[in-house]
Design a binder for this molecule. Sequence first.
Ligand code: GLV
Length: 324
Amino acid sequence: MSHPKIFITRLIPGPGLALVQKHFPNADIWPAEMPPTREQLLAKIRGMDGLLCLLTERIDAELMDAAGPQLKVISSMSVGMDHIDIPAATARGIPVGNTPGVLTDATADQAFALLLAAARRLVEGVDYIRDGKWTTWHPQLLLGADLTGATLGIVGFGRIGQAVAKRAQGFDMQVLYHSPNAEPAYGAQAVDLDTLLRESDFVSINVPLTEKTRHLVNAEFLAKMKPTAVLVNTARGGVLDQTALYNALKSNQIFAAALDVTDPEPLPMDSPLLELKNCIIVPHLGSASYKTRNMMSKLAAENLIAGLKGERLPNCVNVSVYRS
Ligand code: GLV
């Protein structure tokens, strides 16, 4: 195939972009800051052989059919795959690529940054000064929670969950995890979810969003946490019921929450969560370091190029396409 047609849904970071353009100088790249709308995407995808997308696009059967039967590969610059209908791609024999591994440390760093920020009330401290309230050092000002000796419960002990556990060791934390079939690592101990919620001072959510994990963090889950506990979510917004979280934070059923992800994204400005001092929310920045985003873009480009050449993708999420 000398001139495959490729659509890239945004200007991805340099290394990936350069790699795609080296192999396919005619790649069609969406230039705008905002992603294409659904209508624009459906129009653009028509006749494409390859698609490189981000987590902002919904890639479903309708879109695959709009592309046409020549669509050879879908490559997403993300580790999460909840925006792609994988069974629909598999049914059409289309390999789907993602970018695991390269963002593990950055995302675990972000979980820890949020954990510390919520524990030590950093955002409240910044606001306190900006609001002109800093008049003296006070022995009771903005007191928070200690990490040393505290228990961290990790829900989802995959690559990122384990990297969170590794960091917790450096803070002398006791680590529990709940994750079907995951082997212990970094001194963490496997427990059932109720035990984890009952015993943890910090709870980090690190599961992918699936039909099983949607609203895993609901009123019942939050009611089992300690009133002094901090919840951190760097996974997907859909794992958490935001109304239940609002109620738990507003009534001080838990101490604080820190969210890297929300549902929907962006979070509407009238979300009641934004009114709460004990809730830190940042705009889905888990992998947002220069080095990590460069590595993600390169891996996404490599998946795309391999798929277009008819080679096995370096990171394929539906390897069963190679059996059929
Ligand atoms: C980020 O959330 C990703 O899935 O890569």
